[in-house]
Design a protein around this ligand. Structure first.
Ligand code: NAD
Length: 247
C-alpha cells in the first residue's frame, strides 16, 4: 500500500527530488556510518574523519581510508541506484542530491547528481590544489603512507571529500537548496538524517509545500513529517516503486 502511494506521488511529480545517504550503497557492500553494521561502532568518527585529525596525523587517516577506499572502488551500483537513475530518466525526479562520496549514482546513470560531501574518486594536494584519480593513489598506498603529491614535490594528499570541520562545497549546497525550494515530491533514501546541513534539504522542501517519501532500513527523525514511510532495503523498495510507476 505504501509503495503504491509512493509510486502515485512520484508519477505525479513535476519537480521530484531525491536525497540519498550511505544506506543506498549498503547493498553494494559499502558500510554505512550509523545503523546496523555501521563503521562508527568500530571507529571514532571525530578521530578518523575530521580535518583536525587528518592534519594532525595524515598517515593514520590514510590507514583507515586505504581499507574503505579498496571497498568503495570495487563497489558497483545496486538496484536502488539503478532505480533512482530510472526515475530521473522517466521524468519523476529532476536530480539526486547525495551525501555519498562513492560515485555509484553516476555509475548507475544519474545525470544531475549533486554531491554535497564531495567525491572519493579523486584526491587533492593541500598545497598546489592539483587533483589525481583516487584509483591511482590507492595503487601506491602499500609503499607510500601517507601519499604525497607527484606534481609539487611531496605535499600531503587528501581525498576530495568533506571531513568534519570542513566547509560544504558552496555551489553544490546552493544548487541543492534551490532544488529543495522548488520540489513538489521529496524522496529521502538511506540516510539517518542527522547530518546537517544535508538534512536541511528535506526540511526546506517541506517548508515549501513538498510531500515527502522516506525509504530507510530503520526509523528516522523525519518519519513523522513524511506522507509515506517505508522501512526496508532501498535495493528492494525502489525497484518495486519503479515497477508500480511503469506498470
Ligand atoms: P548514515 O550512515 O548516518 O545512515 C545510514 C542510514 O541508512 C541508516 O539510518 C540505516 O538504517 C540506513 N540503511 C542501511 N542499509 C540500508 C538499506 N539497504 N536500505 C535503506 N536504508 C539503509 O548515513 P548518512 O545519513 O548518509 O550520513 C553519513 C555520512 O557519512 C554522510 O555524510 C556521508 O557523506 C558519509 N558516508 C558515505 C558513504 C558512501 O559514500 N557510501 C558511506 C558511509 C558514510
Amino acid at each position: 500500500m505504501t509503495a503504491e502511494r509512493a509510486a502515485e506521488l512520484l508519477r505525479g511529480a513535476r519537480h521530484g527530488l531525491a536525497l540519498t545517504g550511505a544506506g543506498v550503497s549498503a547493498e553494494s557492500g559499502i558500510p554505512t556510518f550509523r545503523g546496523e553494521g555501521g563503521v562508527w561502532t568500530r571507529y571514532d568518527p571525530v578521530k578518523v574523519a575530521s580535518i583536525e585529525a587528518f592534519l594532525a596525523d595524515p598517515a593514520e587517516y590514510w590507514r583507515v581510508s586505504k581499507e574503505r577506499g579498496r571497498v568503495a572502488l570495487a563497489a558497483r551500483p545496486n538496484p536502488g541506484h539503478l532505480a533512482l537513475a530510472s526515475l530521473e530518466q522517466g521524468g519523476h525526479l529532476v536530480a539526486v542530491v547525495t551525501q555519498n562520496t562513492d560515485g555509484l549514482h553516476r555509475d548507475a546513470g544519474t545525470r544531475r547528481l549533486i554531491e554535497l560531501h564531495g567525491s572519493g574518486r579523486t584526491v587533492e594536494c593541500l598545497t598546489c590544489g592539483r587533483t589525481e584519480p583516487r584509483a591511482d593513489v590507492q595503487a601506491r598506498l602499500d609503499v607510500e603512507m601517507p601519499p604525497r603529491c607527484k606534481h609539487c614535490g611531496g605535499a600531503i594528499l587528501k581525498p576530495t571529500v568533506v571531513l568534519f570541520g570542513e566547509q560544504m562545497p558552496a555551489a553544490a549546497t546552493r544548487e541543492a537548496f534551490e532544488l529543495a525550494a522548488k520540489t513538489d515530491v521529496m524522496l529521502v533514501v538511506g540516510t539517518s538524517l542527522v547530518v546537517y546541513p544535508a538534512a536541511e534539504v528535506p526540511l526546506l522542501a517541506l517548508r515549501s509545500g513538498a510531500r515527502m517519501i522516506v525509504v530507510n532500513a530503520e526509523a528516522t527523525p523525519f518519519d513523522a513529517l513524511a506522507e509515506v514511510v517505508i522501512h526496508g532495503r532501498s535495493g528492494e523498495v525502489l525497484p518495486e516503486i519503479v515497477r508500480l510507476i511503469d506498470g
